[in-house]
Design a binder for this molecule. Structure first.
Ligand SMILES: C[S@@+](CC[C@H](N)C(=O)[O-])C[C@H]1O[C@@H](n2cnc3c(N)ncnc32)[C@H](O)[C@@H]1O
Length: 309
């Protein structure tokens, strides 16, 4: 599928993200999920002399778009997983930054390209890798995990109420024939999709596999930990997440500095956390945006500020 920066992805909560970053024209910013560059482009527009943007994306398709977005010296694209945030910033001569933006998950381009295997609506190879150089695909998982492990995965990452039944259906179907496409998988579980909720259950199943294939939650945790190390005092971390597993990690981390959300206090009762939440609850898309862009429906944006040490 052909795609350029105009058709690749419509950025979600663009105004709210920029407000959250609180951009200084001469500051250094990182967009760890470049995608189609919607957020990056807007950040670049707010930067002036001395300002710099570094953008990460592990997908080579995003790299092609990055060269369209800017060839200026103040923009650096890094075709890597953001779990290596600190190392690649350092490699580019950057030790501290003023703001980091993460717009998690997959882009519309990835969803809408059948051969990537992310979409429940399109028939394609059951792949789901954001980084096509990585080893394990969704096809590998559904054909090799034993039924018990598959059920655990579907429960944990898909929060599927009937994870066991689904896992059994997959284990039965693959005895007949390898499950190699998105529609093979859909057909294998079709009898276990509750009426009227078919799409919802399929989406949960695909989400579980995608999270595992891409190690999404571990990468997020590693990035959050490094974000507090590289942010300057007063620097901002803006994260947009699309499901509760991610949002819980982000919320707990911003509130308490750990992923369990356990508040630790010093002798005087002050909370010992590297960040403070700038907004109390999660920010959600406006009615106008919800009407215009259905992808914004599940988005939750949180802003943290590095506490001056
Ligand atoms: C929702 S899209 C971002 C869209 C972007 N904000 C825009 O306006 O076009 C998420 C992007 O992040 C990338 N991504 C997700 N997890 C990543 C990770 N751990 N490391 C690097 N890139 C990642 C995906 O490949 C995808 O292109």
């Amino acid at each position: 599928m052909e795609s350029n920066s105009d058709t690749y992805h419509v950025p979600v909560m663009l105004t709210e993200s920029l407000e959250g970053l609180n951009i200084r024209p001469d500051g250094t910013y990182v967009d760890v999920t470049f995608g189609g560059g919607g957020h990056s482009r807007a950040i670049l527009q707010q930067l002036g002399e001395g300002g710099r943007l570094l953008a990460f994306d592990q997908d080579a398709d995003a790299a092609a778009v990055a060269s369209e977005v800017s060839s200026d010296a103040n923009f650096t694209f890094i075709n890597e997983n953001f779990r290596h945030l600190k190392a690649f910033l350092r490699m580019n001569g950057v030790r501290q930054v003023d703001g980091i933006l993460a717009d998690l998950g997959v882009s519309s381009h990835q969803f809408d390209t059948a051969t990537r295997g992310f979409s429940t609506r399109l028939d394609g190879e059951l792949d789901m890798r954001m980084d096509r150089n990585s080893d394990v695909t969704a096809r590998d998982l559904v054909n090799s995990l034993d039924e018990e492990d598959l059920a655990k995965l579907l429960k944990l990452y898909g929060e599927l109420p009937n994870a066991r039944q689904m896992a059994r259906a997959i284990a039965t179907a693959r005895k007949e024939k390898e499950i190699s496409t998105t529609f093979d998988l859909r057909d294998a579980v079709s009898r276990h999709l509750p009426r009227g909720m078919e799409n919802k259950y399929l989406a949960m199943l695909f989400q579980a596999l995608r999270i595992e294939v891409n190690g999404e939650l571990d990468a997020l945790k590693e990035m959050l930990l490094q974000a507090t190390e590289v942010l300057r005092d007063g620097g901002r971390l803006v994260v947009i997440s699309y499901h509760s597993l991610e949002d819980r990690l982000v919320k707990n981390y911003m509130k308490s500095g750990n992923f369990e959300g356990k508040l630790e206090k010093d002798f005087y009762g002050n909370v010992l956390a590297p960040m403070k939440m700038v907004s109390r609850g999660a920010i959600q898309a406006s009615d106008e945006e919800l009407q215009r862009n259905s992808r914004s429906r599940s988005a939750k944006l949180r802003v943290g500020e590095k506490i001056r040490s």
